[in-house]
Write a protein that binds this ligand. Structure first.
Ligand SMILES: C[S@@+](CC[C@H](N)C(=O)[O-])C[C@H]1O[C@@H](n2cnc3c(N)ncnc32)[C@H](O)[C@@H]1O
Length: 170
């Protein structure tokens, strides 16, 4: 679902935007418009992957965009290891199926050597409802376990306060 708040400040403090769940590429477009120079996006569906590969092929060729097809629970740990190896700070946009992959995605980020990543989590409105196994309090505790000093706010997505933004204290 969409990011509906200004993320340009995040592009100033991160080297790269990493998205779980590409769908039709709206998150990619938003990240590039905000000033991110590098984007990695992971998508499970072959159909969505092929569509976005067709739409954004030129960016892939120019090395601005990396599209990965597969399960982010499997692929995100590898992406995080690569970021660690390069010493890169990321903004993570966690927007795939929360019921199955939100906690594994947070685990992958928690395993990073870097504690300065920015984390955006979509769809708070469905936590404990359409995503019954996802508990907002648990999500908050996991974010604090990654970085106890995170500034955590709620931002505009498909509705007000639908996106969690966790960012290192300034
Ligand atoms: C809400 S949409 C993403 C919207 C997109 N991030 C945006 O900003 O417009 C969720 C996407 O996650 C994908 N998805 C679901 N489970 C996944 C998984 N385990 N790994 C990667 N992608 C997954 C779905 O196929 C779908 O395209």
């Amino acid at each position: 679902m969409p990011i509906r708040f200004d993320i340009r400040k995040l592009a100033e403090s991160s080297d790269i935007f990493v998205e779980t769940g590409t769908l039709r590429g709206e998150g990619i477009a938003c990240a590039l418009a905000a000033g991110f120079n590098q984007v990695i996006s992971i998508e499970l569906s072959d159909e969505h992957f092929k569509f976005v590969d067709f739409m954004f092929g030129a960016l892939v060729e120019h090395g601005v965009l990396t599209l990965l097809r597969g399960d982010c629970a499997e692929l995100l740990p590898r992406v995080v290891s690569q970021l660690d190896a390069k010493g890169q700070i990321a903004t993570f946009w966690l927007d795939a199926n929360h019921e199955t992959v939100l906690y594994p995605s947070l685990d992958a980020i928690a395993n990073s050597r870097c504690k300065e990543h920015v984390i955006l989590i979509d769809d708070v409105r469905i936590m404990g409802k359409a995503a019954p196994s996802v508990d907002l309090d648990v999500v908050m505790r996991r974010l604090r376990a990654i970085n106890a000093d995170y500034t955590i706010s709620r931002e505009m997505g498909v509705q007000p306060d639908d996106i969690i933004l966790a960012r290192p204290a300034q």
